[in-house]
Design a binder for this molecule. Structure first.
Ligand code: ADP
Length: 319
């Protein structure tokens, strides 16, 4: 293998840049040439390619987003669009591809693998909803952003003796809500993977008040439903003043945490080594602090499981 390509695709996540940097530098260290592909699969089809050298990835390890840009690409859902991409890759002499993105991007990568392009994927999404890896790039940073917001909101919640509902990202995944809820000391965490009891959430608040607790924080993953509506129900049940904050896109950006940078660096480097060794159609991830390599087919057919033990622990700590 003489030349590889690197692209970021789907939703951006902090740590993507650190992964690009590691992949580029590992490749150059190993004597490979590297093409950076801009705007994900859209740029792959449109031939938006740029030569990467060690300097091109300088000063990016600490930056959120992705210097390669990212995009969603309708044409890539069609076989004709994907063949166009394969032709462009061949014309540019790119023999292997590192794809950094979420599960949608992995589905696209699995197609490329079947079409004869060697492809290795790196999981990057703040949702941490990809099976076969303990963490995805960006998750730790997003959790830290939410915890920072909780700390601020708590000041107001205490001062005004209010109940605050904080809606966080996670249409199908309660990972951010659970981890941030534990780290931020929330009274209740509502996640889409498990049954939600507003009665229990109300009960927890009432118990807290009777112990003299001045405020309550409930974390709601967006997949559970509208925090505004849930807030109304909680108000009816407890008779307490409730406020709702929807954190939205501030969870997506920001400088990656040290954890995300180290993870990105390990995965970026490993992806290149795997391509050099002839691997394809796989995801490189991390489980129990060890690098793992799994077929994309397996990753995409499995559902990420929420750690129920951790969920129960969140409940124990907020009695
Ligand atoms: P993410 O990677 O963050 O999950 P998306 O689901 O939007 O983001 O996927 C990113 C891109 O991957 C899509 O815009 C599309 O180009 C490609 N893609 C997603 N699903 C498929 C699929 N089933 N087949 C081919 N390409 C896909």
């Amino acid at each position: 293998m003489k030349r590889i390509g690197v692209l970021t695709s789907g939703g951006d996540a902090p740590g993507m840049n650190a992964a690009v940097r590691a992949a580029v530098r590992q490749a150059i260290f190993d004597g490979l040439a590297v093409t950076g592909i801009r705007k994900g699969y859209a740029g792959l089809i449109a031939g938006e390619y740029m030569e990467m050298d060690t300097g091109s990835v300088a000063d990016i390890i600490h930056r959120g987003g992705t210097i390669l840009r990212t995009a969603r690409c309708e044409e890539f859902y069609e076989e004709a669009g994907r063949w166009q991409a394969v032709e462009c890759l061949k014309a540019a002499g790119i023999e292997g591809l590192v794809v950094i993105g979420g599960d949608g991007s992995f589905r696209g990568a699995a197609c490329l693998h079947q079409m004869g392009i060697k492809t290795v994927c790196i999981p990057a999404t703040i949702d941490n909803d990809i099976a076969g890896t303990d963490y995805t790039l960006g998750f730790d940073t997003a959790v830290n952003s939410v915890v920072e917001a909780i700390n601020k909101i708590r000041d107001t919640a205490t001062s005004h003796e209010r109940v605050f509902l904080i809606e966080v990202m996670g249409r199908y995944s309660g990972q951010i809500a659970l981890y941030a809820g534990i780290a931020g000391g929330a009274e209740s965490v509502l996640v889409p993977e498990l049954p939600v009891s507003l009665e229990e959430a109300g009960e927890r608040i009432r118990r807290g008040r009777s112990r003299g607790k001045l405020h309550s924080i409930i974390l709601v993953a967006e997949g559970v439903g509208s925090a505004l509506e849930i807030g109304k129900v909680i108000k009816e049940r407890t008779g307490l003043d409730t406020r709702v904050t929807i954190l939205g896109h501030i969870q997506r950006g920001g400088a990656p945490t040290a954890f995300d940078r180290v993870l990105a660096t390990r995965l970026g480097s490993e992806a290149v080594k795997l391509l050099s060794a002839g691997a394809s159609g796989v995801m490189v991830g991390m489980a129990a602090s060890q690098i793992t390599v799994l077929p994309l087919e397996e990753v995409l057919s499995r559902q990420k499981v929420l750690n129920e033990e951790l969920y129960r622990l969140a409940g124990v700590l907020s009695i």
